[in-house]
Design a protein around this ligand. Sequence first.
Ligand SMILES: C[S@@+](CC[C@H](N)C(=O)[O-])C[C@H]1O[C@@H](n2cnc3c(N)ncnc32)[C@H](O)[C@@H]1O
Length: 285
Amino acid sequence: MTSPLPQQIIESQRQDWNRVAGGWEKWDRFFDEQMAFLNHRLVADARLRSGMRVLDLGSGTGYPALLAAQTVGSAGSVVGIDLAEQMLEAARRKTAALGLSNMTFRTGDVTNLPFEAASFDAVTTRFCLMFLPEIPKAVAEIARVLKPNTWVSAAVWSAPEKNPYLKIPIDVIRQFIELPPPDPTAPGIFRLAKPGELAGMLQQTGFFDITEQEFHGDVRFTAGDEYFSSLMDIAAPIQNLWAKLVPVQQTEARQRIIDTAEQYKKGASIALPIAVRMVAARKPG
Ligand SMILES: C[S@@+](CC[C@H](N)C(=O)[O-])C[C@H]1O[C@@H](n2cnc3c(N)ncnc32)[C@H](O)[C@@H]1O
């Protein structure tokens, strides 16, 4: 079987994320409460401060772009770029609700940034880079648009074994259908899970002061059903696997996913572990 071309991957990413934009908006408050700590970490790693001009890659519905805009204040500005116009529409509604006038979102591809060289004081990105067919090209673009001596901070998912939050449904789906063994070089949720992978690309592009940490946390749910519905509404790659099951398999799989999640019950809530690889690096000055 021939591998899809980069442009085909980008097009299916666009369709996938546009399809789940309604789910992201529906669960926005919940995921903001659950995962805001990652945005704060990204903002800190990128050394954001008042007056900066910041670029956020693959902003989706606005994470961490909106926190970045609040951090740089009215003297600064943030541009968020994403393939999926419908995700950005939700991000724009949130921008208006927050009354932020220094935040703009535009559609575009992270591997081909529509910005001048040395035009940003920082770049942030959460859960986007692993979906790109040509990650080194995006890293080169980040280096191009950053001013000398400024920072990029990135969050990507670490290994599946450390992310029951994402792994549970994938394992259950595998109980029903044969899925090809994961290709570690194909774009997807765990493409940058390996320690040193993204850091190595940054180093090869000339970045320095590189730090990498596997950051552990959890996402908490009041019930297994809340976990199942929220994840299935937003996780486009898992939805794609789910669609391979016939309805009777989906009914059984849903119950198994909920039962497995409930094994992580701690007190009143289900706490599903997550492990996120936080990588930061500085462009030479
Ligand atoms: C999992 S969502 C993350 C959204 C947001 N950063 C967050 O953490 O909530 C991944 C986002 O990356 C975007 N994306 C994927 N490939 C992209 C590309 N080549 N260029 C721009 N955005 C891309 C998708 O459209 C999607 O909105």
